[in-house]
Design a protein around this ligand. Structure first.
Ligand code: LMR
Length: 398
């Protein structure tokens, strides 16, 4: 029965990470998958997260099913963390949140909701976008088309082209936006630009589907939520996929949330019932553990404070490494002005070198970045930075 199946090529991100793990080069450096590493090259568990997990396990009396939508504390707190408590209060029951297996689960449940309400709907995604957006959303039955976003010439957002592109999208379509820390380019739009984008969405009756996988990794927890909050304040319907992989460091626990805001309580209830039904058809309900941890942590003031401080130190360390890389590269060579690296937000940015140089870095020096030239800034360290600067400059100046 399976004889006609071909072996598929590995996933461009997870597959490259796998190749890295198998590389026997003792000097190898992993800048591929988006995972934070500390100065020792370890992806640490946040102290506050560990404490919340220990407390949760000590208190837990049962492993019976949690409510189908997920842990109530998680749902309440994660919604407030992203939307802010004022907005949550004003929305009342026009917002519904369902716990999901990671940000991918949230994207998938959002996609299933979209196909159930509008079979064959078109979702417009930034050019470029996260490599997994295409397979994930298309396999749910959505049609994907690109809108202009990044300019390789300026190494930043081509906002004029973006607006022009958005202005040509047919009324009623869906636009996927990165809430902050654009993956893969690290080039974000400013709050003023968010306002202009929302003007277009409003005028053209376009529904935003906002992917927020890095809240707290850009300019801070509140600042990174600007676009999402502005969209929710002004538009009748918004779909959001959020992830706790990065900002709570809960990668392997697979915890995220899909949020839906509509213009009426009735529509929101209907949308939620379809998300629950889609989940039931796929995996019944989300695993509990990660949501239990986040729900417990965010319900405890001291743990929340500790987690925010830890997140802030992760963010500022990443920023200083980003600045160090830009400065180091600019001092070491003059072929490319890497000032744009310093401007990038979050975990990623494009280096803008040639594909050939990317492959040389991998085969000659064991430095792994994606072929698109995306690097994981969170994979830089005080120790590997000088080596990376030296190697990248050497391939560039050959
Ligand atoms: C990434 O883009 O590297 C991360 O979001 C991890 C993943 O699942 O691809």
């Amino acid at each position: 029965m399976f004889e006609h199946l071909d072996i598929l090529p590995p996933d461009p991100i997870l597959g490259l990470n796998q190749t890295f793990q198998q590389d026997t080069n003792p000097d190898k450096i992993n800048l591929s998958v988006g995972v934070y590493q500390n100065a020792q090259g370890v992806t640490p568990i946040f102290k506050a997260v560990k404490k919340a997990e220990q407390q949760l396990l000590a208190q837990q009396q049962t492993k019976s099913y949690a409510p189908q939508a997920g842990d109530p504390a998680f749902i309440e707190r994660i919604t407030s963390l992203l939307l802010g408590s004022e907005l949550v209060t004003s929305l009342g029951e026009r917002v519904a949140t369902v716990m999901t297996p990671g940000g991918c689960g949230a994207l998938r449940m959002g996609a299933e909701l979209l196909t159930r309400s509008n079979k064959g709907a078109t979702v417009w995604v930034s050019d470029p976008t996260w490599a997994n957006h295409y397979p994930l959303l298309q396999s749910a039955g959505l049609t994907l088309k690109p809108y202009s976003y990044y300019s390789p010439e300026t190494h930043g957002v081509d906002f004029r082209a973006m607006l022009e592109s958005l202005n040509s999208i047919p009324n009623g379509d869906i636009v996927l936006l990165h809430g902050c820390c654009h993956n893969p380019t690290g080039a974000d739009i400013t709050p003023t630009q968010w306002d202009a984008v929302i003007d277009v969405l409003e005028e053209r009756d376009l529904t935003p589907f906002i992917d927020v996988a890095y809240q707290g990794f850009g300019d801070g927890l509140e600042q990174d939520a600007y676009g999402v909050r502005a969209a929710v304040k002004r538009l009748p319907q918004v779909l959001i996929a959020s992830s706790c992989s990065k900002n709570f460091g809960l990668y392997r626990e697979r915890i995220g949330a899909v949020m839906v805001i509509t213009e009426s309580v009735k529509q929101t209830q209907a949308a939620k019932s379809h998300i629950l039904s889609a989940a039931r058809c796929n995996y019944s309900m989300s695993p509990y553990h990660g949501g239990g941890i986040v729900g417990h942590l965010l319900s405890d003031e001291a743990l929340t404070k500790e987690w925010k401080e830890e997140l802030e130190s992760v963010r500022s360390r990443m920023n200083s490494l980003r600045l160090g890389l830009a400065k180091g590269l600019n001092e070491a060579q003059s072929k490319i002005d890497f000032g744009f690296v310093a401007q990038s937000k979050g975990m990623f940015c494009y280096l803008g070198i040639s594909r050939e140089d990317v492959l040389s870095l991998r085969s000659e020096f064991g430095i792994y970045l994606l072929e698109s030239t995306r690097i994981n800034v969170a994979g830089l360290s005080e120790e590997n930075l000088p080596v990376i600067v030296e190697r990248v400059s050497s391939v560039l100046t050959r």
